[in-house]
Write a protein that binds this ligand. Structure first.
Ligand code: UT7
Length: 332
């Protein structure tokens, strides 16, 4: 028994929409090839949420419903819901509030957090501090995005990369030697020039002109982002490994944000761990932004054991980046 409280992940669930957009289909939409996409990114297919009026909350709600069912959690016992998303259903209210309503979490407060692809780690960090303070006992952290809502499907440099999906974890206090042990979160707003969405915010509200000029879509200078992502994600992963005296042998899993297979490989190489310990599913989902890390945890859940040392790492728009060191809390 430890004296201080830590936050532990006590359940994970996710949802990806049914429709699969394959590289073969993209070949018919833009000037690209399966060979280019696979060799430059590692992606073979991604899931897309179809249907009018359906936003990120549709996927997030399904993930949270599965999470509550499998952890036997009464929605009325949830204290807080944080939803990390870059594609909220609306500018306001928060998607967290919409999900809370849909799952019946009537006693929860909640908010959205936007840190682009690092949002899930930012939210996990924030939630863990709230649990450690003793002011919440059951916190749901969601990471999810409907990236297809802000992607230009005539722009081959972005439309091949992104997909839709959402995941959610339950965080609860523990005094055992498990849970979230260390976090390093970073940001550098000067990186915004390389990756952003120009219109739709208060600086450039929507007009006919912004729609005509396609300013509501993701703008990305891929090569510039790639350079920062490779360096920063690997740096922060190495830092957290070193300062917690972990070694390639004592790390059970690396869970990297799934933006590009080449960035994932570079991060794994930097901390010296074998490919077999790296969660990679980018080939089936592409980059689901806030969804990537919880979707990985959900897919690998059955292989995780209580006490496993796990490193989460992400990099995204902002720029934002970070790493989390946790000890897995349960056997499935
Ligand atoms: O998750 C949030 C953060 N985002 C990231 O981490 C993304 C980081 N960046 C990347 O993953 C890569 O930069 C991309 C996958 C976006 C692009 O790969 P790249 O190897 O950096 O390609 P590039 O942008 O340097 O483009 C190389 C060539 C260009 O043609 P030219 O100018 O050499 O003739 C592009 O026009 O590839 C061309 N190209 C394509 N060709 C076929 C760009 N997109 C495509 C495509 N199919 N889909």
């Amino acid at each position: 028994m430890r004296n201080s409280i830590r936050a532990a992940i006590t359940g994970v669930a996710a949802y990806v929409p049914e429709y699969i957009l394959s590289n073969a289909e993209l070949e018919k939409m833009v000037d690209t090839t399966d060979e280019w996409i696979v060799s430059r990114t590692g992606i073979k297919e991604r899931h897309i949420l179809k249907g009018e009026g359906k936003g990120t909350s549709v996927m997030a709600t399904k993930a949270v419903e599965e999470l509550l069912a499998k952890t036997h959690t009464n929605p009325l016992d949830i204290d807080l819901i944080i939803c990390a998303t870059t594609t909220p259903d609306m500018q306001f209210p928060a998607t967290a509030n919409i999900v809370a309503d849909k799952v019946g979490a009537k006693n929860a407060w909640g908010y959205d957090l936007n840190a682009a692809c690092s949002g899930f780690l930012y939210a996990l960090t924030t939630a863990s501090k709230i649990i450690e303070s003793g002011s919440a006992n059951k916190v749901v952290v969601i990471g999810g995005d409907k990236m297809s809502s802000i992607i230009d499907y005539s722009d081959r440099s972005t439309c091949v990369i992104f997909g839709d999906g959402a995941g959610a974890v339950l965080l609860e206090p523990t005094q055992e030697d498990i849970g979230i042990i260390d976090t390093i979160m970073r940001s550098d707003g000067s990186g915004r020039i390389h990756l952003h969405q120009k219109a739709g915010g208060s600086a450039m509200p929507a007009t006919h002109d912004t729609v005509t000029h396609k300013l509501h879509y993701v703008y990305q200078e891929g090569q510039a982002v790639f350079k920062f992502a490779v360096t920063n994600m690997a740096d922060v992963a190495e830092q957290i490994v070193t300062r917690n005296q972990l070694t390639p042998e004592t790390i059970a899993w690396l869970v990297p944000h799934q933006a590009n297979k080449r960035i994932i490989d570079a991060t794994a190489r930097r901390i010296g761990i074998d490919d077999s310990k790296v969660m990679i599913n980018i080939e089936r989902y592409g980059n689901t932004t806030n969804g990537t890390i919880p979707i990985c945890l959900w897919e690998w859940e059955k292989k995780l054991h209580k006490g496993d040392n796990i490193i989460l790492a992400a990099f995204g728009g902002g720029f934002t980046w970070g790493a989390v060191y946790l000890k897995w809390a349960y056997n499935s």
